[in-house]
Design a protein around this ligand. Structure first.
Ligand code: SAJ
Length: 426
């Protein structure tokens, strides 16, 4: 079939490329002319492991092209952002705009699939909008008649940094507006997904996606709460978690400087917004994870203030390990706060960044590499668990004052806590 992927961002572009690799002719649709031009040159505008080679290959073989103008296709895959507003209410306007764009070119037999993370009921809203715009088409689930088109919800669940691998290997939930729609979408995903594809209804599939990320958020919140409790009790949270995880039915996640990225910190709100009275746990978990970042800022500031002569290295800006994605990153936020407060005392180590982000301009903070940091800085604040930091041997950091928010150096002498006791911080 010919496929149109609407939205060529972090999910849409890799998805379009993988579908093209499976032999389908794919048109990628995006509102940005710049993005369209980049892809048509066989280049990419986002960073993801191995994506550049794949896009270059499918574009040069004529399987993938990009445009700002929609043309008819057999399958439409919508992968546009669904942000939230300042009250944490989901904003599905990009989904509806995508629906408005494709509605005029829909024809009998077409399959429309929504992949964007969406509040429960969005796929049906999309269906209703298409029905309104195209009274000539029989849409599924409105009348008992056999519909002209199929509409389904199939969330992506890929992990940034492993997108291409997970796109093909992960299991997929495929939620049809009707069972027939689910079967049509299933036949499409079977073309390029090696994982198991499980069919369900659209609302269950929408909720499943939100639940997966809320589950992770709640579990990270548990770890983050433990880290704050352990601080207060003078315990090493990493040691406690390591030991607890030896229990066959316990698997605690890792504390960190807060939860970043564009999914885990956002999606739980879609559940809370849909059922505010029934979601105290999910809401509290969000609060715990947001609070953790401010706890880290306060501790780091106290440490830096207590050593006015010391040079400080902040290790990592990315939102998690081994990727060059700096959006919604607690590490970046913590470091920029320190840079604004302490200026040229702050040295930023981020091997995945060519230069410091814009908010560091005029702070006086400078970017250095890990070797310079180990040579010149007395305080090390670990904010991201990049492998390049993890492998620094104890001999090179034993005399440093370390605040390790990720627990990458379990063998580090417990200097910070002693400092804190002195500062009456705990
Ligand atoms: N984090 C911790 N401790 C942990 C695990 C993660 O502090 O033990 C932090 C990370 O450092 C990061 C944040 O949480 O700041 C999120 O990272 P992540 O690796 O948990 O997730 P994302 O945002 O990269 O991708 C998630 C994945 N969802 C789940 O694992 C349930 C991915 O499969 C989804 O496709 C993606 O969200 C998405 O697009 O929804």
């Amino acid at each position: 079939p010919s496929v149109c992927v609407v939205g060529l961002g972090y999910i849409g572009l890799p998805t379009a490329a993988v579908i093209a690799r499976a032999g389908c002719k794919v048109l990628g649709l995006d509102v940005s002319q710049k993005v369209v031009d980049t892809i048509n040159r066989g280049e990419i505008h986002i960073e993801e492991v191995d994506l550049d080679g794949l896009v270059h290959g499918v574009v040069s073989r004529g399987l993938l092209s990009a445009s700002t103008e929609v043309t008819p296709a057999d399958v439409f895959v919508i992968a546009v952002p669904t942000p939230f507003d300042k009250n944490h209410a989901p904003d599905i306007s990009y989904v509806l705009a995508a629906g408005r764009t494709i509605a005029p070119v829909l024809k009998q037999g077409d399959v429309v699939i929504l992949e964007s993370t969406s509040p429960v009921g969005t796929t049906e809203q999309l269906r209703d909008m298409i029905a309104e715009m195209r009274p000539d088409l029989k849409v599924p689930g409105v009348t008992g008649e056999i519909p002209d088109i199929s509409i389904a919800y199939c969330p992506e669940r890929v992990l940034p940094g492993r997108i291409l691998e997970e796109l093909t290997n992960n299991d997929r939930s495929i939620g049809g507006v009707t069972p027939r729609c689910a079967r049509k979408a299933l036949a499409f995903y079977k073309r390029f997904v090696r994982g198991e594809c499980v069919t369900t209804d659209a609302r269950s599939a929408e909720m499943t996606k939100l639940v997966e990320n809320a589950y992770r958020d709640v579990n990270i919140a548990f770890a983050n709460e433990l880290s704050i409790v352990s601080d207060k009790m003078g315990l090493d949270v990493w040691e406690v978690i390591r030991l607890a995880n030896r229990h066959p039915r316990v698997n605690i996640l890792s504390p960190g400087p807060g939860v970043g990225g564009h999914c885990i910190a956002v999606d739980p709100w879609f559940i809370v917004h849909g059922a505010p009275e029934e979601t105290p746990l999910i809401r509290t978990a969000r609060g715990v994870n947001d609070h953790k970042m401010h706890h880290v800022i306060a501790k780091a500031e106290a440490l830096v203030e207590a050593h006015p002569e010391a040079k400080v290295a902040c290790l990592g800006l990315a939102f998690k390990a081994n990727i060059d994605d700096f959006r919604e990153s607690p590490a970046r936020f913590v470091t920029s706060r320190l840079a604004r407060k302490f200026g040229s005392r702050i040295h930023v180590v981020e091997p995945y960044a060519a230069e410091l982000p814009i908010e560091f301009t005029d702070t006086g903070a400078v970017q250095i590499d890990i070797d310079d940091a180990l040579e010149t800085c007395e305080i090390l604040i670990v904010l991201v668990d990049h492998d390049v930091f993890r492998v620094v041997p104890l001999a090179e950091r034993a005399d440093k004052l370390v605040y390790d928010t990720r627990g990458i150096w379990p063998d580090q002498p417990r200097v910070v806590r002693e400092e804190e006791a002195r500062l009456k911080l705990v």
